[in-house]
Design a protein around this ligand. Sequence first.
Ligand code: UD2
Ligand code: MN
Length: 287
Amino acid sequence: HQNGTAMPATSGRPLEPCPDIPPNLQGVLYVEFRTNRTLEDVRRPLSPLLQQGGRYKPANCVAKQKVAIIIPFRNRYEHLSHWLHYLHPILIRQQLDYGVYVINQEGDGVFNKAKLMNIGHTEALKDYDYECFVFSDIDLVPLNDRNLYRCSDKPRHLSVAVDKFNFTLPYNTIFGGVTALSREQFLKVNGFSNTFWGWGGEDDDLYQRIVFRGMSISRPDSVIARYKMIKHGRDLHNDRNPDNVQKLKETPQTIDRDGLNSLSYTVRNIRKDLLYTFITVDVQAPA
Ligand code: UD2
Ligand code: MN
């Protein structure tokens, strides 16, 4: 802050854009999931900074991008607390204008992660003019805050080096975990397919959509893009779906009619917590 000649904060003087590289990043972070964290614990230190719905924007500069973080969810409350505990301070240091959207699948029908992502994109846009969408598993926490949760000229794969995969890519075209697509990029591929029920394949299908639409992906350096995954077993009602392997052969035929333009769901409830917007939806799982 300046003294004397500085204009009062209420003068309406336009803010400067935030710097390209946020100045307060810490680099390597210490992350552990042994501590029990209640939402109350997580909320306390963050409450002066956040706005209802898990929203934040820097006070002293105009953020480079408006980013919606979309998290597919069902019955992973312990993971949610860890994620919020670690991610909010990181996203704040990254000087993003962001909102956190937890898209909760109602009931115990077969899980559909990709459809939840499409719903998150659609619902977030009803809130705010987001330009960038970061799609993240609830169980992935970055180990370095220099891995910016922003979009770039290509769809971006952020979770490059995950501890569970010994910090290397299990295969070169992997596009699961944490990804960032601009509004245009996501629209260009018609979003995710809505028809991948159960575990597996939906991320590979998105990769194929990107390539089929003439784009390629980018990744941050693997030294920076390191992640810790919370250990977990396979959830109930999310068994690996063997049909999804065959479905991957059909991406070029399905991309135009299966995605954002065919998305159908019912919102059951929208709850704005300080830490997140929690949207419960009926995804119309097969009986
Ligand atoms: C891998 C991918 C993931 C996804 C999945 C295949 C990486 C690092 N991760 O994760 O992005 O492509 O394989 O479908 O490559 N979830 C719930 N409740 C449930 C089930 C799932 O909240 O009952 C959510 C949660 O956000 C979770 C995500 O869906 O992190 C992915 O499910 P997973 O963690 O069981 O899958 P995983 O670890 O094999
Ligand atoms: Mn996982």
